[in-house]
Design a binder for this molecule. Structure first.
Ligand code: MSP
Length: 509
């Protein structure tokens, strides 16, 4: 039986167009899913859009369209952006779909039947942009949202249905303390533990102040608060309430990827809801930091002309290509801490790793094969000095992907590219007479290109497929199976090697 691998991104609000902050999370999830497909794992990669709530309703009103039209329009933009970036999702869930309404109603009814959803009155400061209530003590200067700083909160009073979160404090602590890897990185795990240990208040999970949401089946006029509908998407997509066998085949072995601002929802409320419904909490939550532009979180920044949220993925794809875009976010943005986004860093990384290292290796090899071997690629040597490096690189790359560290994985893979360039410079096959010595060096380099095409395919799927084709192989690198396909000696030799235009034209600085 192959292993099963279920990975999710947050579902994105449709009040806005996709920007590079959204793309960052989605590209990481995509690359990790692609890595697991290479391992032969049964892989399910879910993304989608979060379409209910006040924020979406208000943005639709401002745009003069209905919330559904706004959702349709922007969900389509997310799909387009992901298609552009080669995102290989298996399912794109929209929370306005009937399948999702059914799952939300089923799960929350189950919690109510278990006695953990009850009627009560709530009054408190509410931030519409966050779609969240805050405690008075959390506000900035007594009136502003702690996340949005300059946005005043609204005071809401509602008779709502409450989820008895307070009853789950002990079980949540047991879940996290009993599973040291469940929330990564460690600092975020400690943050969640600290929050839970302070004591948990019950939370209001329904609204009567708007109708744009999933109707509460037992209370006409109420809709579920957007977050309690949204979180359930991860269960809807794998069949909750419809196909319990399918659901059980994926749950709870999930990897949720989330930004740090939504940690409480994913590490406190969501697992508590699952426990209350008699289900297991998720097995892995991976928390990453923010992309920053000028020191302010780009997606929430309000000052200045250049906001991260104004940078559409297509804008960077125009300059760097899909693979240049993906490579930057995977290689240069470590998964975990906040990271500064600058255009110059994208250029530098592109030129260094893609144009000068990988692109150069391919073009050198293809040029010399054309000149010295009549365009027919020789086979590698079984005892090549590069064989041991390739084996080490494979192991280091695999470990880093398993740890959700794409940056380290690519750093490891590129060691092989760099060492092969150095190996060519040492041996200078372009200066030697055609013959067995030249064939040996070029065969080794072609074998490295084959292996690197496989190992780098989760990050740069288009370019690696092109390298594969140019060195004369059939099929695609992302159809290969690891670890066997990375074993030294797979390049058969005797294949036609095509020169072609530069794979990554250098960008002028
Ligand atoms: N709809 C909720 C999530 C519900 S999940 C059940 C939401 N949506 S969002 O559109 O605001 O996007 C959230 C995610 O987008 C973040 O958690 C993060 O993964 C990503 N990012 C948005 N802006 C970002 C940055 N500036 N930097 C990094 N990631 C960013 O919250």
């Amino acid at each position: 039986m192959p292993d099963r691998f279920y990975v999710t991104t947050p579902i994105y609000y449709v009040n806005d167009a996709p920007h590079i902050g959204h793309a960052f999370t989605t590209v990481i999830a995509d690359a990790v899913a692609r890595w697991h497909r290479l391992l032969g794992d049964d892989t399910y990669f879910l993304t989608g859009t979060d379409e209910h709530g006040l924020k979406v309703a208000q943005s639709a009103e401002a745009a003069g369209v209905s919330p559904q039209e706004q959702a349709d329009r922007n969900a389509a933009r997310f799909r387009e952006a992901w298609d552009l970036l080669g995102i290989s999702y298996d399912d794109f869930i929209r929370t306005t779909e009937p399948r999702h309404h059914a799952a939300v109603q089923a799960l929350l009814s189950r919690i109510k039947d278990n006695g953990d959803i009850e009627l009560d009155t709530y009054e408190g400061p509410y931030c519409v942009s966050c779609e969240a209530y805050y405690q008075e003590g959390e506000l900035v200067d007594g009136e502003f949202c702690p996340i949005h700083k300059s946005k005043p909160v609204t005071r809401l009073k509602e008779e709502n249905w409450f989820f008895r979160l307070s009853r789950y404090q002990q079980r949540l602590l047991e879940w996290i303390e009993g599973n040291p890897d469940v929330i990564q990185p460690e600092g975020k795990r400690n943050e969640v533990l600290g929050f839970i240990r302070q004591g948990l208040d019950d939370v209001s999970i329904t609204r009567t102040s708007l109708s744009w949401g999933v109707p509460v089946p037992w209370a006409p006029g109420h809709v579920f608060y957007v977050w309690y509908d949204a979180l359930i998407n991860y269960a809807t997509a794998i069949g909750l309430g419809v196909d319990e066998e399918r659901f059980a085949s994926w749950w709870p072995h999930v990897h949720h990827l989330i930004g740090k601002e939504i940690i409480r929802f994913h590490c406190v409320y969501w697992p508590a809801m699952l426990l209350a419904a008699g289900l297991e909490p998720p097995h892995h939550v991976h928390v990453h930091g923010w992309l920053l532009l000028g020191g302010e979180k780009l997606s929430k920044s309000e000052s200045g002309a250049a906001k991260l949220t104004d940078i559409a993925p297509a804008r960077l794809v125009d300059d760097f290509g899909v693979d240049g875009f993906r490579y930057h976010f995977l290689r240069d943005v470590p998964f975990g801490p906040d990271s500064d986004f600058t255009y110059e860093r994208v250029v530098d990384r592109y030129n260094a790793d893609l144009a000068n290292n990988l692109g150069n290796l391919l073009s050198r090899v293809a040029t010399v094969v054309a000149k010295k071997c009549d365009g027919i690629g020789p086979a590698p040597r079984p005892d090549s000095p590069l064989a041991a490096v390739a084996a080490e690189v494979h192991d280091a790359t695999a470990r880093a992907w398993a740890d959700f560290q794409p940056s380290l994985a690519l750093e490891a893979t590129w060691r092989l590219v760099r060492e092969t360039n150095a190996f060519l410079e040492e041996n200078e096959p372009w200066k030697a007479e055609p013959g067995p010595a030249v064939d040996a060096v070029l065969g080794d380099a072609l074998e490295v290109l084959r292996i690197v095409s496989i190992l780098a395919s989760p990050a740069i799927p288009t370019a690696t497929a092109e390298i594969w084709r140019r060195i004369g192989l059939t099929g695609r690198p992302d159809e290969q199976h690891l670890p066997a396909a990375a074993a030294w000696g797979g390049y058969p030799g005797g294949l036609e090697v095509v020169k072609g235009a530069p794979l990554f034209p250098r960008i002028a600085t």
